[in-house]
Ligand binder design. Structure first.
Ligand SMILES: Cc1cc2nc3c(=O)[nH]c(=O)nc-3n(C[C@H](O)[C@H](O)[C@H](O)COP(=O)(O)O)c2cc1C
Length: 303
């Protein structure tokens, strides 16, 4: 049975990765997850300098998922390089570093600092709904998507994944813009902007007022967007959004994703990523699928 997939020249032992911001840099989960079994670990977003993130409360539970407005709290690239990369290098898994910034210059600075690091790929977050400047400002305008992709590609030594926002009218427009800018891979979806109100106090639950919705309730939206994007571009797609089980991951692959990222599910079941790896293998056995690549985009109309 072959579970390997190839993303812009990088071979993953299986298509299961972690979603940025839900798995730290792997250390806090290494008690529950054998990181050697994952296709890749995608780290929490890192900027050129440390960010404090937003005021608390910054997470809330909602039906079918959660809202977060963490605001990309991170230690800055220098400490990340010293502390997190050496930790991950102990494992036989691919390392994908998620990069955030407020300006193009910020993103490029991080990308340049990572150029001589043992990192397999870069994932550029242009879709965070929780930071006022940068982040989503880049991800909602096709011209800006293309320009930031180009700027990053000029300096990047590793293949570049552009992470797209679902908070747009037509995600395929953003996908095409990233492809035109030279993106090697796309990942989608980031969180959907939401809001929760405390009716007793008549106040916003999150200090930031709005937050990004993630978890199982957004899965059908993510599947639809991955499918539409796969029809619109030639570059590979990493699918994410509400993947809780192997069945959800397989659905995403059938919709057109080459690999999947698991996010919010890690909070309720810290070993879920390993269960998804095993579940995909069981599915392949059950349906006599020799190579997982046979499943990519293999959805068809009901007979
Ligand atoms: C608490 C939290 C923090 C996140 N931080 C990041 C981040 O730093 N960078 C990023 O690109 N996405 C971040 N995301 C988005 C996830 O990577 C993912 O795209 C989204 O949550 C949808 O997947 P899920 O429903 O499986 O969680 C974060 C999500 C959550 C819930």
């Amino acid at each position: 049975m072959n579970t390997t997939v190839n993303l812009a020249g990088v071979t993953l032992k299986n298509p299961v990765m972690t979603a940025s911001g839900t798995f730290g840099s792997g250390e806090e989960f290494s008690e529950f997850v054998d990181l050697n079994r994952l296709g890749a670990v995608v780290t929490k977003g890192v900027a050129n300098i440390p960010w404090e993130g937003n005021k608390t409360p910054r997470v809330a539970e909602v039906y079918g998922g959660m809202l977060n407005a963490v605001g990309l709290q991170n230690p800055g690239i220098d400490l990340f390089i010293k502390r997190d990369i050496p930790f991950l290098k102990q494992y036989d898994t691919k390392i994908i570093v998620n990069v955030c910034g407020k300006t193009t210059k910020d993103y490029v600075e991080v990308v340049e600092k990572l150029s001589d690091q043992p990192v397999d790929m870069l994932e550029i977050n242009i879709s965070c709904p929780n930071v006022k400047e940068g982040g989503i400002a880049f991800g909602q305008d096709p011209k800006a998507v293309e320009a930031i992709t180009k700027a990053v590609k000029e300096k990047a030594k590793q293949p570049v994944i552009m992470k797209l926002s679902p908070n747009v009218t037509d995600i395929t427009e953003m996908a095409r813009a990233a492809e035109a800018g030279g993106a090697d891979v796309l990942s989608l979806i980031n969180t959907l902007t939401g809001m929760k109100i405390d009716i007793d106090r008549r106040c916003f639950v999150l200090a930031n007022r709005t937050g990004g919705m993630s978890g199982p309730a957004i899965h059908p939206i993510a599947v639809r967007m991955v499918y539409q994007t796969a029809q619109a571009v030639k570059i590979p797609i990493i699918g994410m959004g509400g993947i809780m089980t192997a069945a959800d991951a397989i659905e995403m692959i059938l919709a057109g994703a080459i690999a999947v990222s698991v996010g919010t599910a890690n909070f309720t079941n810290p070993s879920v990523t390993m269960e998804i790896v095993s579940g995909i293998e069981e599915y392949m056995k059950k349906y006599q699928v020799e190579d997982v690549k046979e499943l990519i985009g293999a959805v068809r109309d009901r007979m």
